[in-house]
Design a protein. Structure first.
Length: 458
């Protein structure tokens, strides 16, 4: 996966809840293994509620540092010089934390309020946040966010002033407890609970490249390509076959399953992994072999499913590819393989490595029969799949931005002790250096394959 750039989030507005939102975001970050720090401008060490929440997680995971004297000292005709001094010390602490490499998320609580009272220079703050380390996330809270900070932010949420029982947190218990309890009898509901829920999970997808939020239905209609930056999302095997083949197609060898020859166990038994993947995806292994037509020309096509144990190649995958090649020879049809795999399946040991030789031998027979083989490499295609049938095509075609290689970049760098060039192992780099014949956009792939087959078959 590409490295995510750190976000700059601003919570502002006249309503309450800005610090609570920042706190919730920080808790979620800690839950994902990130290190978080909240430095609090203006607020003193007296009880605000956030400190107790942080103690529940432990200082090693989430730290809060109140560095002020309280809001009662702010907002007069002239700001107390002591508060200005504390604000500068707090900013210095926050800036050092952002650049220290120790924290993944830094919350600058009430910095907007501090800037609005001219206790800090907005240009200095904006410049420091603009040039911060790429992976560090920053949250700025407080009302009256400065326009330059708003312009720089990736996300701005404005809290509105609404009627509620809070005076200072949940201190007015006699009012607030009534707010949380139902005092009147509820209206009788005739609709079942499961039908009253609004299901929104999974409706939106964030692009891994440009971070645009895309409606899932629009993404599927666009062949799983980001409409803004053209980033190619991973595509499952069945939608891939439906995209490339005309109408109906016939699946072969769908019932083949692994026998778990080694009775392999790592964090969980291999047999359990297979069972879970089959139940989730409705297929028996990481590949589908299909016979159909591509722009009216009969073809045999194999498409790999990355969601099935990383698209890894075990005995079943190797056998189905080999049988697909033999079907091509028997029916005198061209063969196309769409690769999307992490490599050989380690849970099957030597049995999985034998598939490399078996599939390569079958492709040699296909070549003897003068039948074309086109290999389509998608993101990612690595390991034993790259070392066998994925790179043996008469034409090797890849989608834009696909990761293609044998070992990963980190392993290579540690082995040769050299820094790899930008874009190493991406399809464009491989095309430039002669490892690929073409890089083709997903929308143009079917037409390109049809033209290539016309050329190769005639």
């Amino acid at each position: 996966m590409p490295e995510e750039k750190g976000l700059l989030i601003v919570y502002t507005g006249p309503g309450k809840g800005k610090t609570t939102c920042a706190l919730g975001t920080a808790f979620r970050a800690v839950g994902q293994g990130l290190r978080a720090l909240m430095v609090q401008f203006i607020k003193g060490s007296w009880h605000y509620g956030e400190l107790d929440a942080a103690k529940m997680l432990g200082d090693d995971k989430f730290e809060i540092r109140p560095m002020g004297r309280g809001f009662v000292k702010i907002g007069g005709a002239e700001t107390d010089p002591e508060d200005v001094k504390l604000a500068h010390e707090c900013w210095q602490t926050g800036r050092e934390a952002i650049y220290s490499g120790k924290y993944d998320l830094v919350v600058l609580d009430e910095i907007n309020y501090t800037i609005s009272y001219k206790m800090l220079d907005p240009d200095e703050v904006v410049e420091a946040l603009k040039s911060r380390p790429e992976r560090v996330h920053v949250i700025c809270t407080g009302r009256n966010a400065h326009p330059k900070l708003v312009e720089l932010a990736d996300l701005v949420s404005e809290m509105r002033e609404v009627k509620h029982p809070y005076t200072k947190g949940i201190l007015a218990l006699d009012i607030s407890m009534a707010w949380f309890k139902r005092e009147k009898k509820s209206i009788e509901q005739t609709t079942p609970p499961e039908e009253r829920r609004v299901r929104t999970e999974g409706l939106w997808v964030k692009c891994e490249s440009c971070r645009t939020i895309v409606f899932r239905k629009d993404l599927e209609a666009n062949l799983h390509v980001c409409p803004k930056c053209q980033f190619h999302f991973k595509m499952s095997a069945r939608p891939r076959l439906e995209m490339l083949l005309d109408g109906r197609w016939t699946e072969h060898d769908a019932g083949m399953t692994s026998t778990d020859p080694l009775k392999f166990v790592d964090t969980k038994p291999y047999a359990q992994r297979l069972k879970e993947a089959r139940k989730k995806l409705g297929m028996n292994d990481a590949i589908i072999t299909a016979e159909g037509q591509l722009n009216g020309r009969p073809v045999v096509m194999c498409a790999m499913e990355f969601s099935f144990i990383g698209g890894s190649m075990g005995a079943v995958v190797g056998e189905k590819v080999t049988r697909g090649i033999e079907l091509s020879i028997e029916t005198r049809q061209p063969f196309i393989a769409v690769s999307c795999s992490g490599g050989a399946r380690m849970m099957e040991g030597t049995v999985s490595l034998m598939q490399l030789a078996k599939v390569s031998a079958a492709l040699a027979k296909l070549d003897d029969e003068k039948l074309p083989y086109i290999s389509v490499l998608t993101d990612p295609t690595t390991g034993g799949v790259t070392a066998s049938f994925a790179m043996l095509g008469d034409l090797n075609i890849a989608e834009p931005g696909a990761l293609i290689g044998f070992a990963g970049p980190r392993v290579i760098e540690q082995t040769i002790r050299q820094k790899l060039p930008e874009g190493f192992q991406r399809s464009e780099f491989l095309l430039e250096h002669g490892f690929l014949d073409a890089v083709v956009h997903r929308k143009e792939l079917k037409a390109y394959l049809a033209n290539a087959l016309d050329l190769l078959m005639n």
